[in-house]
Design a protein around this ligand. Structure first.
Ligand code: NAD
Length: 251
């Protein structure tokens, strides 16, 4: 049984991870951390009590779905306490990535911009498609709920990075006015509406045909399940940086 804490337990993902864990027998949530109050059946600590929470509960892993500033503060505490970290938070800038890199020198750290298996499959199918359709235009679109803070989504950025493995391009965020498309650009379109869990679509078009790779998360439980799988997989591993793809390769 893997003991985990949840950073951001009062949030949308924190709550879903907590509920999803109740239905599993390989992982148990022993505490949470959040700036907001949360009515959970485990102790919930404020961020300034992080060291106390880690010492009292001695989790194998903390799962973090918060904001970048909260993740980096937690990461330093986890490095000091020898606790592994699963990071789902998106929207990091360079300084945040640097802290996570330092943390992974001390403890096991697994970060993914998307914990759904479908997105992993989509990322893996992108390369062969781009190789076969090397002259076709590529456009990316993502849609999320109206409370999402960062744009484009972390997943969309991961998709753009993957496209960058196969071709040189400039990312063009939407288009306005007279702006004809050039050969070496990828349009990045962002939509925010309602409670949409997360949709990503890659259009590859040319030569009188269109290939569309599309993924739609229908429930946050898909990300929660992936994050919990990652936590169970990460527990007890050595310090280092791990990917969600490593978890999938092993399962
Ligand atoms: P949310 O706003 O519902 O929840 C975030 C929680 O973090 C809130 O409860 C907030 O009070 C808490 N928080 C803020 N500052 C904190 C601090 N200093 N210490 C502890 N807790 C703090 O957001 P959400 O929809 O749950 O998403 C959270 C993050 O997860 C976002 O970055 C989002 O993009 C990302 N996300 C990633 C995946 C993935 O698969 N990797 C999936 C969904 C969402």
């Amino acid at each position: 049984m893997t003991h985990v804490g949840i950073n951001g337990i009062a949030g949308r993902m924190g709550q879903t991870i907590f509920e999803t864990a109740q239905e599993r027998d390989d992982v148990t949530v022993t505490f949470g951390l959040d700036v907001d109050d949360a009515d959970r059946s485990v102790p919930v600590y404020s961020p300034d009590e992080t060291e106390t929470a880690l010492a009292e509960h001695d989790p194998a892993v903390v799962i973090d779905f918060t904001v970048p500033e909260a993740t980096t503060t937690l990461a330093q505490a986890c490095a000091d306490a020898g606790v592994g970290l699963v990071v789902g938070t998106t929207g990091f800038e360079e300084d945040g990535f640097a802290v996570l890199s330092e943390t992974s020198a001390e403890v096991p750290l697994l970060k993914a911009t998307n914990f759904s298996r479908g997105i992993q499959a989509l990322l893996r199918s992108l390369g062969p498609a781009l190789e076969a359709l090397s002259t076709y235009d590529v456009e990316v679109m993502e849609t999320h709920h109206n409370a999402k803070r960062d744009a484009p989504s972390g997943t969309a950025k991961t998709i753009l990075e993957e496209i960058g493995e196969y071709r040189d391009f400039e990312t063009v965020p939407g288009r306005e006015g007279i702006q004809p498309r050039t050969e070496d650009e990828v349009g990045m379109l962002v939509r925010r509406a309602g409670d949409i869990r997360g949709e990503h679509e890659i259009t590859i078009a040319g030569n009188d045909e269109v290939l569309t790779l599309q993924h739609r998360a229908e429930d946050r439980a898909v990300f929660a399940a992936g994050a919990l799988d990652a936590a169970v997989w990460l527990a007890g591993r050595g310090a280092g940086r791990y990917e969600f793809g490593d978890v999938i390769d092993d399962s």
